[in-house]
Design a protein around this ligand. Structure first.
Ligand SMILES: C[S@@+](CC[C@H](N)C(=O)[O-])C[C@H]1O[C@@H](n2cnc3c(N)ncnc32)[C@H](O)[C@@H]1O
Length: 347
């Protein structure tokens, strides 16, 4: 630490970075180290606050308002665990396409190609990669549609609908389609799945995923999901199953999108909850009386999850909350934070 001059240490570190996964970030590594060495030489050291939340905010590079909120939601110890988990490298999980292969065969293919991977316990079709590939799309089987990249927590959602062949299924906020394609695979590509999204650009990705996976039972519809009834009145009480994978703050995915913590705000979350509520209200009339709706988000913010759903059920007396589940990220669970609620009509 003392003997090697900073410029030499920095230059070697940048060279090492170029030979690793950090290759694309060599410039960033250089900038960070030069900045740190400048501060060290000018003896600029941070003063750590004695306040626990301020310390964590500083040490883990996490917005203070979000540290405070997280601690409120889950308690101090759990909150700290989650923040640390957000600063870990996220897992890279795949969902194999059960219409084209199975877990054992595909794992064999990966191992034959010297790719270290293992089956994810508790999931039907999940595989996790043990090291970062240089390019995901160059992994074997991508263009043949043998798998989809999908976080392990997200892989829980489509099966909650218990989708069946022949059913009419609405995926109301569908793009880029990890859950629509999962629904199609679970129903042997023999359901009638309508994948709605208001973003044409994202629907295009969904479409290319359908082609790659060779799935025919999903049709895409560019529309605002809050006005589907106006668009097509036949949709009233039409669907056996509805998935509302709502737009959300994404707080459960901060290890995948580390910088998005800095663009979040309480105001943004508030406006998202209004949209989520509007989506729920406008989509529910599309469900058959004996149908099932699953609401899901990749956030752990109660305002977007259980509090919203409980208020919605309270307001709509004909409905019942069958079950709900919040998956929290943690140092032991490398998956994203996800929420799901299963809702149906009271019988
Ligand atoms: C969480 S993402 C969906 C992810 C997708 N279900 C998947 O598994 O790949 C939310 C999506 O909702 C779409 N969206 C937001 N507001 C919408 C609205 N009013 N109507 C339809 N889609 C909307 C966004 O374009 C975005 O693609």
């Amino acid at each position: 630490m003392d003997k090697i001059p900073f410029p030499a240490a920095i230059s070697t570190t940048v060279e090492v970075a170029k030979k690793t996964d950090l290759n694309g970030l060599a410039g960033t590594v250089n900038a960070i180290l030069r900045n740190a060495s400048r501060k060290f030489e000018q003896k600029i050291f941070p003063e750590l606050s004695s306040d626990r939340k301020e310390r964590i905010s500083y040490l883990e590079s996490f917005p203070l308002w979000l540290v405070k909120d997280l601690y409120k939601w889950v308690g101090n110890r759990e909150g700290e665990n989650i923040i640390k988990a957000f600063n870990k490298k996220p897992s890279i999980d795949l969902r194999i396409n059960q219409l084209k292969t199975n877990l054992d065969n595909f794992l064999k293919v990966l191992h034959e190609n010297n790719i270290d991977a293992e089956i994810i316990n508790d999931l039907h079709n999940g595989i996790t990669l043990k090291s970062n590939p240089r390019s995901i799309k160059n992994l074997p089987g991508f263009s043949d549609g043998l798998w989809t990249i999908q976080d392990r927590s997200s892989q829980w959602i489509a099966p909650l609908l218990n989708p069946k062949e022949g059913e009419k299924i609405l995926d109301a906020c569908a793009a880029p389609g990890s859950k629509s394609t999962h629904l199609a695979e679970l129903t042997n590509d023999s359901a009638e799945i309508i994948a709605v999204d208001r973003s044409a650009k994202r629907l295009k990705i969904l479409q290319s995923n359908l082609e790659r996976l060779n799935l025919k039972s999903v049709s895409t519809l560019k529309a605002d999901a809050t006005s589907l009834i106006e668009l097509n009145p036949k949709f009233i009480s039409y669907f056996d199953k509805i998935l509302l994978d709502a737009p959300c703050s994404g707080i459960g995915t901060l290890s995948r999108n580390p910088d998005s913590r800095w663009s979040l705000s309480k105001e943004k979350i508030k406006s998202l909850t209004l949209l989520q509520e509007k989506l729920l209200e406008s989509i529910f009339p599309l469900l058959k009386k004996d149908g099932t709706l699953v609401y899901s988000t990749c956030t752990i913010c109660p305002d977007e999850n259980n509090l919203l759903i409980e208020r919605f059920i309270e307001k709509n007396k004909t409905l019942k909350l069958v079950s709900q589940k919040q998956i929290l990220p943690s140092l032991d669970n490398p998956g994203d934070g996800f929420y799901s609620a299963i809702i149906s009509y009271k019988s």
